[in-house]
Design a protein around this ligand. Structure first.
Ligand SMILES: [Zn+2]
Length: 497
């Protein structure tokens, strides 16, 4: 199905004069200029708790001086008393807590700077922010080292942070520095919609001790392993990544392969087609290496996990939900989550403000995957056609229910009325927008623009302006008002018979 777009204003496509050319940043060099989290953690698997000491060597790369630092405390969204920044909505409760409500939390026990214990504050509307007034102001360009000790209570919850029947998931589990932007630390709290996370790239050294009967999948590369009685201790390192996640299971089996310099591990249980599913992982990596640009890490772990929302992306590691029944859906999720390694992982964005960047591009890249891998009997045209009809149906239904329909995409994650609205405006309208840009500029320019956007924004935080800039400079076309008409909701999609 083809469709046309109508805007309430006229947009003009004007030739631009120059084309951009981007150099790939040197990750080793960058790693010396960014903050490093060194975490030593011990998992008490019987009690589902974890205690950790974290040393953060923090670099103030902003132009401002900091009298304080702020950190997200995402596990506190799993507290019983959390009311606003919560992880689980009413409608998700049954799926999230099959054994009834179970509380999770993070308790900060000590913060030390330069050998001196600091007073800290648990702030935010839902105890979701750790605020640390520093011993002395951290000037722009300066470094400081903080030691933060914390304990976790891990909930019995099929979520990013929690454990289910098969896996224990540690996603968004440690205090992570809030990004400083436009004069403020960005402190958006947890949301039951989307992936409400936003962080800068950093280096991670994580030492984790856990019972030896567990198999561990982790962000990073394993540097060392020792086994002492029934406890295994592993040391992982990840350079220039946005986050660090781990998944444990007594049931994991592992299949591995290599794609270029990258080792691809597929951790699974109860899987009748592990070889075929590992093949999907390596095909996705190969396809996106070619279409977008080289995946810069030596490890990628695809992990089947107890998780209520399909899949979840972390740097070098993705969750694939164990409750996905249809094999096509399971594989589509593998491809979508791997696409996030490029969009969210290497090229970051504020997922609370501009979720359409990483979700729209992950969906669009997934559609392109099918054209490159015809064995799955699907084409991007089919994906876009299905997206359009379901989007139009969503608009009809929403117009009836709410009278007024807001189709703007540049909206904070907390400003969507429902999860459905969020999904349709970030994923579905997102993929439709990138398809319509491709219609306007042509497929080969579209590929050039994606490569250019990736190369120019590797390891950075990309904004809508960065995306528009990369697309304009790759195509010699002025696309800003066209793209903005999608984002502000003025574009109206109409199906043609
Ligand atoms: Zn996604």
């Amino acid at each position: 199905m083809k469709y046309r777009f109508l805007t309430i204003f006229t947009f003009i496509i004007v030739a631009f004069v120059f084309a951009g050319c981007a150099n790939i940043p040197d990750a080793d060099k960058l790693s010396r200029d960014i903050s490093t989290y060194s975490i030593e953690a011990t998992l008490d698997y019987a009690n589902k708790t974890l205690s950790a000491n974290m040393e953060l060597n923090y670099h103030n790369t902003s132009s401002a001086d900091f009298p304080e630092l702020k950190f997200h405390l995402y596990p506190n969204a799993f507290r019983e008393s959390a009311t606003k920044y919560i992880a689980v909505s009413e409608v998700q409760k049954e799926k999230a807590y099959p054994n009834g409500f179970s509380e999770g939390s993070i308790n900060i026990t000590k913060v030390v700077q330069n050998g001196k214990e600091l007073n800290f504050e648990i702030a935010g509307e839902d105890s979701n922010i750790l605020s640390v007034p520093l011993d002395s102001t951290l000037r722009s360009g300066d470094w400081t080292t903080l030691q933060i000790s914390f304990d976790l209570v891990i909930p019995n919850c099929n979520h990013r942070f929690g454990y289910g029947e098969n896996t224990l998931n540690l996603g968004n589990w440690y205090p992570i520095a809030c990004v400083y932007e436009n004069g403020n630390f960005v402190t958006d709290g947890y949301s039951t919609n989307g992936d409400p996370f936003f962080s800068e790239v950093a280096n991670y050294n994580v030492q984790i001790s856990y019972p030896s009967e567990l198999v561990l999948a982790s962000t990073g590369e394993m540097l060392d392993e020792s086994v002492d009685a029934s406890t295994t201790t592993r040391m992982y390192s990840a350079k220039v990544v946005r986050d660090f996640a781990l998944v444990f299971s007594e049931k994991f089996e592992l299949l591995s392969t290599n794609v270029g310099d990258t080792k691809v591990d597929y951790y699974y249980f109860d899987d009748e087609n592990p070889v075929d599913n590992l093949k999907v992982c390596s095909e996705a990596l190969t396809t996106f290496n070619n279409l977008i640009g080289e995946y810069p890490y030596k490890q990628l772990s695809v992990v089947k996990a107890d998780f209520l929302q399909g899949g979840m992306e972390y740097p070098m590691l993705v969750y694939i939900a164990s409750d996905i029944e249809k094999i096509d859906d399971y594989r589509n999720t593998i491809v979508h989550e791997i696409a996030h390694q490029w969009w969210y992982g290497v090229v970051g964005n504020n997922e609370c403000e501009y979720a359409w960047i990483d979700e729209g591009l992950a969906e669009y890249s997934t559609a392109l995957f099918y054209d490159e891998n015809p064995q799955y009997n699907k084409t991007s045209r089919q994906v876009f056609g299905e997206a359009l009809s379901s989007y139009l149906l969503f608009c009809d239904v929403y117009r009836d229910v709410y009278d007024d329909l807001d189709t703007s995409m540049n909206r904070n994650i907390h400003k969507y009325n429902t999860e459905t609205e969020y999904v349709y405006l970030t994923y579905v309208k997102g993929v439709l927008m990138f398809d319509s840009i491709s219609d306007v500029i042509g497929e080969s320019k579209m590929q050039k623009a994606l490569k250019n956007f990736y190369a120019k924004n590797m390891y950075k935080i990309a904004t809508p302006s960065d995306l528009i800039e990369a697309f304009e400079s790759s195509t010699n076309k002025k696309l800003a008002s066209f793209i903005m008409s999608w984002l502000d909701g003025s574009v109206v999609l109409e199906a043609l018979a």
